[in-house]
Design a protein around this ligand. Sequence first.
Ligand code: G3P
Ligand code: CA
Length: 276
Amino acid sequence: MNKKLLIGTGVALSLLFSPISQAFAAEEATGERKQVDNIAHRGATGYAPENTIAGFDLAVDMKADYIEIDVQRSKDGELVVIHDTSVDRTTDGTGKVGDLTFDYLRSLDAGSWKGEQFAGEPIPAFEEILDRYHGKVGILIELKAPELYPGIEEQVADALKERNLDKPQNEKIIIQSFNFESMKKMDQLLPKVPIGVLTSNRADTTAEALQEFSAYADWFNPSYGIVTEELVNQVHSLGMQIGSWTVRSQEAADFLFEMEVDAIITDYPDYVDPRN
Ligand code: G3P
Ligand code: CA
């Protein structure tokens, strides 16, 4: 895993004059602030269309540690990267992802809704994302609504195995979902790949629930509204890490730094890493 403590050895001159950077410098000087993984939520979504190469490339430029992607499946069995289970909000098409062919999905414009400069950005294929980014940036793979796509776990596992991304040295692949049964299955298929569970439900934060998650999950990833210091400590005491979402303000990022989470999943990588 990627947990590191920051050691206060100074910061670059160019960073010294912003308030955020000064706060970082002060914390580094005391050695109190640990390194937090900066995870670009669906790419650098604050600045570019979500789940597109444009957004993922920008996240890499912004020095994100991971990109987060949402994986679903076309009618004819191809894995694609899109968040909603329909294409209506983020493309110029209509219909449910699982009812549309790969060729049709690839023909859609997934960029224009965010701005004319992104016109023609396609919906990426899952394997295209693995090939383009593995080894370059971590990939947090969310299986989105896997209950709609029977067998998607095996398909994702095969794509990772084909690329040797199921090995322990490849620490920068994580698989997560709101569907816990799917994640139990994923853990069996890829025992060496870290697994995460997603929730925004306080009922999933009881001692019993956390204990159960820790049997197969390495990450407990709640929405930030339910994060408390106590929760972070409980998660850590069970040997899991905690990544929280979705940060869209500096205040939310600062709250999560204070909670000492291990990863912050954000539309704005610059709120987590002031080098930008
Ligand atoms: O990675 C956390 C986050 O992606 C979960 O919510 O709806 O953005 O997929 P959502
Ligand atoms: Ca997601």
